[in-house]
Design a protein around this ligand. Structure first.
Ligand code: GLN
Length: 195
């Protein structure tokens, strides 16, 4: 499987490393033409307003909506989760608006800007090590969204068909099982296309 990591801003190299550890191929994506060769793409953490602006500038808004319409998997982590959401609390305009969820940015407040924890994630056997950095939370999800993990009663991992999102940075640890989970989604999507 060939997985792209959107490389406009944010944590790119770490995602490439995790995908490779999980047994996939990974490439940094800077131009929309590269999307054609991909089986899936990761939108990394960083700063969602900046990523959104750069996506507009380089034509990724339409290109990624088209990518999603083809059933190709997209994984948004932290700022990438915000970019995928249909609704952002307190903001009039959201970005890709692909996942039926409402997110709150910087939802842990100043006291807990960053922390690590072990999370139970549905579909993954043992707890996953998660690094939260000025992380968003998923405040509400539509019926087609499956909640995969909850932290202190709040949703932090969710899936809607071929779309996956988490509030934290799974690429900053040696635990690549969430990347392996995403690789499986890409394999399923590719098989469905051929079959
Ligand atoms: N707080 C950032 C935002 O709102 C996200 C932080 C992150 O990706 N680590 O875009």
């Amino acid at each position: 499987m060939n997985i792209g990591v959107l490389a406009l801003q944010g944590a790119v190299a770490e995602h490439i490393r995790s995908i490779k550890l999980a047994g996939g191929e990974a490439v940094a994506v800077k131009r929309t033409e590269q999307l054609e060769e991909l089986d899936g793409i990761i939108i990394p953490g960083g700063e969602s307003t900046t990523i959104g602006k750069l996506m507009h500038k380089y034509g990724f808004m339409d290109a990624l909506r088209d990518f999603s319409a083809q059933g190709k998997p997209i994984f948004g982590t932290c700022a990438g989760l915000i970019v995928l959401a249909e609704r952002i609390e307190g903001q009039e305009q959201a970005h890709l608006q692909l996942m039926d969820m409402t997110v709150a940015r910087n939802a842990f407040g100043r006291q807990r800007e960053s922390f690590e924890t072990d999370l139970e994630v549905a579909g993954i056997e043992e707890r996953v090590r998660a690094v939260f950095i000025r992380a968003p939370l998923i405040k509400a999800v539509g019926d087609s969204v499956q909640v995969l993990s909850v932290y202190n009663g709040e949703i932090v991992t969710a899936r809607q068909g071929h779309l996956l999102a988490c509030s934290y940075h799974p690429e900053l640890t040696d635990d690549y099982r969430l990347h392996a989970y995403f690789l499986d989604m890409a394999k399923e999507a590719a098989a469905a296309k051929i079959g």
